[in-house]
Write a protein that binds this ligand. Structure first.
Ligand SMILES: Cc1cc2nc3c(=O)[nH]c(=O)nc-3n(C[C@H](O)[C@H](O)[C@H](O)COP(=O)(O)OP(=O)(O)OC[C@H]3O[C@@H](n4cnc5c(N)ncnc54)[C@H](O)[C@@H]3O)c2cc1C
Length: 412
């Protein structure tokens, strides 16, 4: 990679790439930003659908803990560009944020499109040159980046340094199709195959359940995955199985169990606020002429989709015995038979193996090339941890590149 007055390249115009381009351009560098799509930030725009959680108010150790196996690495990254830094940075651009009751942080008024518009204007003021419809195709051993331009022609750029921010492999219609992996693999960079994260799971519901409750939410559940991981939240009954905020954080454990054994049993506590002994005592009361649905509604406020699900998953023998029924209500097993396709998932696991980058996000096999965002092999639940991960790694990759350029010029 050359170190003269050449421009710096940012490849990928999602939140990670836009953040990297901002830091580099505002430090006075000439920045060229390439994206395969006609406009940048398309996945940022669809994040509006999920409530547009920009970050989360969890305290630092808990926040870093949401990155699982990579929490120690993320603790350092988040210390350099924290959720509080992000909120200040957004406020600087006129986007005020607020904390919801769940601790999630979202814009007080602005939409994703407002943020993107303000951000692109800021990049323009900083002189970033944007190249839409430029698909990254290759990287030569001499550090030349080969792009395919809008007319299909090839364009070669030799930047002084680069930040790659090409995203994962979910929602490919937004441009994040994961096709970049072969380029880095050719350079010996270890790539972990992509897998769906924060996604739905399949289970064969009966036609009766679906006809009555497709689309119905099941609220205030305690969900347990194989291995004992648990989560409070809600689920939605879908045509193919289940989806929803309650199951997203359990995705890694369910995905692994499905890959290992071909099935995964998720258990639901339908009355998490009552001890099993209390459920049993209420069920032991005489039912009289009440139907089961009336009886459970009166005794336990268990009704609608939750009642039908219980009916679906329990035998007549379970219903005949209050102790067995109480045990089922507190621990209702749902056998998951498949994970939904990655194209539908909110995010993806996999990408560049984390051991391939240093703590400044530089690819150790490709000095001067940094990587950020969802293309790195971390995963996190929804609720602001994904976008914060993209913003913080984009920031750190850019700072890493600036420090690397300084070292190069001092050495040369
Ligand atoms: C429906 C939905 C809702 C979401 N809601 C939230 C939320 O509320 N909170 C949250 O934290 N996260 C949310 N996310 C996740 C979040 O949007 C992503 O994690 C985030 O956008 C990842 O940022 P990134 O910059 O790493 O990659 P991306 O945003 O995926 O950007 C990658 C860019 O690289 C470009 N690119 C890819 N390949 C090439 C190539 N070969 N050449 C040139 N350019 C290329 C793409 O066109 C794209 O512009 C949501 C995602 C979805 C799908």
């Amino acid at each position: 990679m050359a170190t003269t007055q050449q421009p710096l390249a940012v490849v990928g115009g999602g939140p990670a790439g836009l953040m990297a381009a901002t830091v580099l351009a505002e430090a006075g560098h000439r920045v060229e930003l390439f994206d395969a799509m006609a406009s940048p930030g398309r996945k940022l725009l669809v994040a509006q659908r999920g409530g547009f959680n920009l970050t989360h108010s969890a305290p630092p150790p808990e926040f870093a803990g949401r990155y699982g196996a990579h929490q120690a690495w993320f603790a350092k990254i988040l210390a350099r560009f924290s959720p509080a830094d992000l909120r200040r940075w957004l406020a600087d651009m006129g986007i005020t944020t607020e904390v919801g009751s769940s601790g999630r942080v979202f814009p007080a008024e602005a939409k994703a499109s407002d943020l993107l518009q303000l951000w692109l204007a800021r990049l323009q003021r900083a002189g970033v040159q944007f190249h839409p419809n430029h698909r990254w195709r290759d990287l030569t051993p001499a550090g030349e980046f080969i792009f395919q331009g809008p007319d299909g022609s090839s364009r070669t750029v030799t930047p002084a340094g680069a930040v790659l921010a090409l995203g994962g492999a979910s929602w490919p219609q937004t441009g994040s199709d994961g096709a970049w992996t072969s380029i880095l693999a050719r350079h010996g960079v270890a790539i972990i195959p992509f897998a769906p994260a924060n996604c739905g799971f399949e289970t064969p519901w009966s036609a009766t359940l679906l006809s009555r409750h497709e689309g119905a939410p099941l609220k205030n559940l305690l969900l347990r995955a194989p291995g004992g991981q648990q989560q409070v939240g809600e689920l939605v009954i879908t045509r193919y199985g289940i989806e929803g905020g309650g199951i997203y954080p359990l995705t890694p454990f369910l995905r692994e169990e499905l890959a290992t054994t071909g099935r995964a049993v998720l258990t639901l506590d339908l009355k998490r606020d009552l001890a099993e002994s209390e459920v049993r005592a209420r069920l032991a009361k005489p039912r009289g002429k009440n139907s089961w649905s009336n009886f459970l509604r009166k005794q336990l406020r268990l009704e609608g989709a939750a009642f039908s699900l219980l009916r679906e998953c329990c035998s007549d023998a379970d219903f005949a015995d209050p102790a067995r029924l109480a045990a089922r209500i507190k621990c209702l097993p749902i056998t998951l038979t498949n994970i939904r396709p990655i194209a539908e998932a909110i995010s993806s696991a996999g990408g560049i193996a984390m051991h391939e980058i240093d703590e400044h996000c530089m690819l150790t096999r490709l000095p001067g090339v940094f990587a950020a965002g969802e293309m790195l092999g971390w995963e996190a639940p929804t609720g602001g941890f994904l976008l914060q991960g993209a913003f913080s790694t984009g920031y750190c990759a850019a700072q890493g590149l600036l420090a690397w350029l300084t070292r190069q010029s001092q050495a040369g």
